[in-house]
Design a protein around this ligand. Sequence first.
Ligand code: BGC
Length: 709
Amino acid sequence: MSRIEQLIGAMTLGEKLGQLTMTAAPYAVTGPFVAGDISAGIKSGAIGNLLNLYGPDTVAKTQHLAVEETRLGIPLLIGLDVIHGHRTLFPVPLGEAAAFDPALWAATAHAAAREAAADGVHLTFAPMCDVCRDPRWGRIVEGPGEDPFVGAAIAAAKVAGFQGSNLEGIAACAKHFAAYGAVTAGREYASTDISARTLQEVHLPAFAAAVAAGVATIMPAFTELGGVPMTAHKELLTDYLRGELGFEGVIISDYNAIAELMHHGVAADLAEAAALALQAGIDIDMMAGAYGSGLPIALERGLVSLAQVDAAVRRVLILKERLGLFKDPYRGVGVEAAEIVAQRRVLARAAAAKSAVLLKNDGGVLPLAKPRRIALIGPLGDAAEEMRGAWAAAAPMTGCVSVVEGLRAALPDTKIDHAKGVTIDGGDTIGIAEAVTLCDGADAIILCVGEAANMSGEAASRAHPHLPGLQQALCDAVFAAAGTRPVITLLFSGRPLIVPALAEKSAALLAAWFPGSEAGNAIADLITGKVSPSGRTPISWPRATGQIPVFFGERNGGRPFNAADHYTSKYLDSENTPLFVFGHGLSYGRFVFSNLRLSAATLTEKGALTVQVDVANDGARAAEETIFLFSHDKVAQVTRPLLELKGFGKIALEPGARGAVSLTLRGTDLRFPGPRLTPWFEPGEVEICVGTAADRTRLLTATITLVAQ
Ligand code: BGC
């Protein structure tokens, strides 16, 4: 008999339920409450897994309790939210999505996993796979942005990066399954109610990609979907994930989510809540205490069977075995060599630079040619702590490089004067006048504005996702003082902010998101031209809150926009288009595309073809461009989005150089959920659009014909 079956045979019910319980230690606070002293629970076997614990000594001491002082000596599984780095911080996920670079996505996950493993962490609650089209929702910062293809690409890269090929890294957790990003009105924890088609087309692909990449665990969302809380969603957790996708790993509830089934109104007491969750397919109860105290009663009432408990315990023990915890409960724990830590900072700097999106650069104001004096104005100019972003559980408050520090290091001969002007969301204008005086005689004026790090992330929805506080007043005063001189704006945020006036008046606008540990250095690399910006926005930037959701994958409808026809789809008081469209982003090069060609004019479901386009850099600087491949199925049995992303690639070119980008398009890429929501391949014409953004004016188009086998 295997070790696992022997253990299951030897375990009491209490010990089994302990393996299905995950309790929070107090080293990070990620929920509304934390547990008290956990030692007794570990020693009795009532707690078999922990979250929010890290640090070599702490982990070793705690693990020792489980391994040496419990009856069966089963090691603890320790999880932590290693979302965009552990102690070293990479850009927030929405920012890193802008890099459109799967190798980078995997590399930062790998580096974070190594760092976390040395701190005793076995499992990260990442990647967050929630596609979101609503910038009011604070958790948009944790995800891939608006597009399902990008979501799937990031999920696959992150799972591979965190886990390695055989779980030699740390276990990953695809969360929050599913459609959390569609919360009503972008309000955190609100219910979701979307069509089965939108669920399939938009919200499930990233999870399917995570499963295909071998993700070890999955976390259901807090939310309900059309009346069924995800924590009790048997159809999606068991029938879809385990049945259709063949997921064999562990499903972990979100923080206290099983007890919250009572708030949802589907369980009368904890025993019913526990039974619903177990029946639905949840193996580990995070922080609800529902399995420990509710399942014994549910068993007595006949709501669940012991075989169901055993099946969940088996999955948890298999994960512990796969992670090598039975062989070495202290796996990976130790102090890392200084060189490894230093290399990670180098990666963080490159990742932050690749994630920033140059939204505007009129007259080539950037890069700056060695100015004598810079006026650096705004509350984010010297705000190292804010650079950390939304999830920085283990990163110290100090240790990030602020913008002013980065610029001073990069430009030692430049005098850099800094003033905040206003605080991020305060109501005091007193500092504006003094800040504005810095503009006198400055050769470069840089505004540093945006959100605080805690204005996005969990429980951080915003009904007015504009510049907070009185920052717009500061900006207006600076624009007035600058006169005809160009103003460069660095914008920090965990979401696309609604900033049409700022965008109009700034000569250059750089969306830096929250760049992480190396923020200031990376920004200095971009501003000085040491690195050419290459980020492309993975999310549309609305012009007005009333446009939300605005995204490129919308459908035509029966009365599409026509400026000349009143009875068509439009606003009386706003354009339909976003301020900045998905894929938009400038560099210091000037790219020209031509000669879109396809290797075949027809495509079968099992076939593939190559899409190629020539690219030239006619600019004066080396730079990198991103090429997107979209499709549009003009006539099908169900309507298709106006553009669907099917691929992307990058090309780096020296000034004056030319090259070509090749992308593969398979017949299966053009399948969609058919009239009955089963995979559907419909013969007929499909447009293939290739270019730099989800905007027809920036795309070259060819047509292929899909043919039956
Ligand atoms: C969040 C999860 C997170 C968990 C553990 C919850 O509040 O929704 O994303 O992984 O806490 O920290």
